[in-house]
Ligand binder design. Structure first.
Ligand SMILES: Nc1ncnc2c1ncn2[C@@H]1O[C@H](COP(=O)(O)OP(=O)(O)OP(=O)(O)O)[C@@H](O)[C@H]1O
Ligand SMILES: [Mg+2]
Length: 232
């Protein structure tokens, strides 16, 4: 049984009487521990797809199965449990809490889940170390560079040990070298912890570095070979 199976997922938005068909039948299988990149033009539906896959938004039709269980019809409590246990999300705009330090930001999802404070702190410290930010643990987001903030967001997404990391342009607005560093961290965590990762990126080189490359085009996902990965 595959870790994750996306079957014919469609997503339409309805706005002011107009219907926008963003996803038009996406089908995809993701195996445990797999690392994938997702490219596609601006507005092609990458963030929409991630939100639907991470159960932050419901598809208009189709089903999404994790370990054979369809999560598209779960009630609110079960849904939030599923998200907590399975998905780590790095948002396109990272939404760190400005009043909290880097360490507290990373600990927050664990504290919300009532993990003991000492354990949450231990996990958060280990993750900040993994993303190279031990020295910045006491800094607030406003006292961190953009790349450092992204790395904090990445550590926060991993604090509950998800099985699937969904990262929406984690290297957007960063210089290529910093962006590369973030990808390297994700790759290392993927290899060390066996976390599957789906990374949205506009950076062709980074997309190519992923073993499996997807492209969202005309509302569907196509698999790309290394040769055909193109800039968008
Ligand atoms: N809540 C919403 N209501 C109506 N339309 C929406 C909504 N969210 C997104 N859209 C539309 O859906 C399309 C896909 O948006 P989405 O954010 O998924 O694109 P994207 O591929 O992530 O783009 P980018 O690369 O710019 O981040 C866009 O045309 C957008 O205007
Ligand atoms: Mg987007």
């Amino acid at each position: 049984m595959p870790f994750c199976e996306i079957r014919n997922v469609a997503k339409s938005y309805f706005l002011e009487g107009k219907r926008i068909d963003v996803l038009r039948g996406v089908s995809l299988t993701i195996e445990s521990g797999q690392m994938l990149s997702l490219t596609g033009a601006s507005g092609s539906g990458k963030s929409t797809f991630l939100q639907v896959l991470g159960a932050l938004d419901a598809p208009t039709s189709g089903s999404i199965l994790f370990d054979g269980r369809d999560v598209t019809h779960l009630g609110e409590a079960e849904l939030s449990r599923f998200r907590n246990e399975t998905i780590g999300f790095v948002f396109q705009f990272h939404h760190l809490l400005p009043e909290l330090t880097a360490l507290e930001n990373v600990m927050m999802p664990a504290l919300i889940r009532r993990m003991a404070r000492s354990e949450a702190e231990q996990k958060a410290c280990a993750l900040l170390d993994a993303v190279g930010l031990t020295e910045r643990a006491g800094h607030k987001p406003g006292e961190l560079s953009g790349g450092e903030q992204q790395r904090v967001a990445l550590a926060r997404a991993l604090v509950l040990s998800p099985r699937l990391l969904l990262a929406d342009e984690p290297t957007g607005n960063l210089d290529p070298k910093t962006g590369e560093g973030i990808h390297e961290v994700i790759q290392r965590l993927n290899a060390q912890l066996g976390i599957a990762a789906l990374i949205v990126t506009h950076n062709t080189a980074l997309a190519r570095a992923c073993p499996r490359r997807l492209r969202l085009q005309d509302g569907v996902i196509v698999e790309e070979s290394i040769e055909s990965v193109s800039v968008c």
